[in-house]
Design a protein around this ligand. Structure first.
Ligand SMILES: [Zn+2]
Length: 317
């Protein structure tokens, strides 16, 4: 059923609310180019400086969008960076300086493609959790309930029992981070050292993961680190305090809401993911067309609203 309420509201609004888009790996340049073109057509694309002014200096943002990329996957350098330079837009990316320096992968990159059943069996051995209690939530969600040390214990045992070698490095190098930063189009923020789910960790580990990533990143880039993204969007008062004490100005969550000046600048919501990243090339084109026409009040595009209601509701709400 067409979600007329949502559609009508958007037409009434005419102006898109301020939003922050969250993207991860980028494997299709053409797709990203289409996404950028549709966003550029409909929003003012702003950088972190405008966001800082919005939260700290009461400068208004109107119909603005900031685009973030999490994790520092090599595909950012190969596929996103050229398109960012082409459109001359300001974006931000959130990386681990340790992954860049030691050429290592995050735990979730390491387990991608692993046999799920075998991972369950190994997880059971390490944690003593009954497999039938774990299975309904899925292995990745289960691992996200554990401290990082246990997650790596599971991965190491899986690798040993299945003769699986460590994967080759999947993240950007220090040199690449310096290069994207010096382009002037990419701000780089910290994202912990090892991507733990911070709320599962002790005070000491949470603190060293956060402060270590901020300090090491500042060293690599030879400039102050001012922004941060919580791994998996999980955080609490403890994490906010650590960031505040380190002088971080902006920290992003994965809460899907439109942004507002009353947000705590150390827990800013982001929308757009995963819906926008699931669109195929031609879908992004239709989405872009549809969005423009809907805003212009053309009823013949209503029929697409059914398909895109989830996209609309996330990007436009
Ligand atoms: Zn992440």
């Amino acid at each position: 059923m067409v979600n007329n309420y949502i559609v009508d509201n958007y037409i009434k609004m005419k102006i898109l609310p301020n939003t922050i888009i969250c993207l991860h790996e980028i494997h299709n340049q053409k797709w990203l180019n289409n996404v950028f073109e549709s966003l550029i057509k409909n929003y003012h694309i702003v950088g972190l400086e405008e966001l800082e002014n919005y939260y700290y200096k009461n400068k208004n943002l109107k119909n603005s969008c900031h685009i973030t990329f999490d994790d520092g996957d090599m595909s950012f350098y190969k596929n996103a960076f050229p398109i960012i330079k082409k459109h001359k837009i300001h974006v931000s990316t959130y990386v681990s300086p340790l992954m860049a320096k030691d050429r290592k992968n995050f735990w979730f990159q390491e387990i991608a493609g692993y046999n799920q059943e075998k991972l369950f069996v190994v997880s059971q051995k390490v944690t003593n959790c009954k497999i039938e209690n774990v299975q309904p939530i899925g292995i990745k969600k289960f691992l996200k309930t554990l401290p990082l040390e246990i997650i790596w214990e599971i991965i190491k045992l899986y690798q040993k029992e299945t003769n699986t070698p460590l994967k080759s490095p999947m993240n950007m190098t220090e040199k690449q981070l310096i290069e994207i930063k010096s382009s002037g189009f990419v701000d780089i923020g910290a994202h912990t050292l090892n991507h733990p789910i911070l709320i599962n960790e002790t005070n000491a580990i949470a603190s060293s993961e956060i402060t270590g990533s901020i300090d090491q990143l500042s060293n690599i880039l030879n400039c102050e680190t001012r922004s941060f993204v919580y791994p998996n969007g999980d955080y609490g008062e403890r994490e906010i305090k650590i960031l505040k004490d380190k002088g971080i100005k902006l920290a992003f969550t994965t809460k899907r809401e439109k942004i507002s000046s009353i947000n705590n600048p150390l827990s800013i919501p982001r929308s757009g993911s995963p819906f926008i990243s699931e669109l195929k090339n031609n879908e992004v084109y239709i989405f872009s067309k549809c969005l423009v026409q809907l805003l212009a009040g053309e009823k013949r595009y209503y029929k697409y609203a059914n398909t895109w209601s989830s996209v609309f509701s996330n990007i436009l709400k």
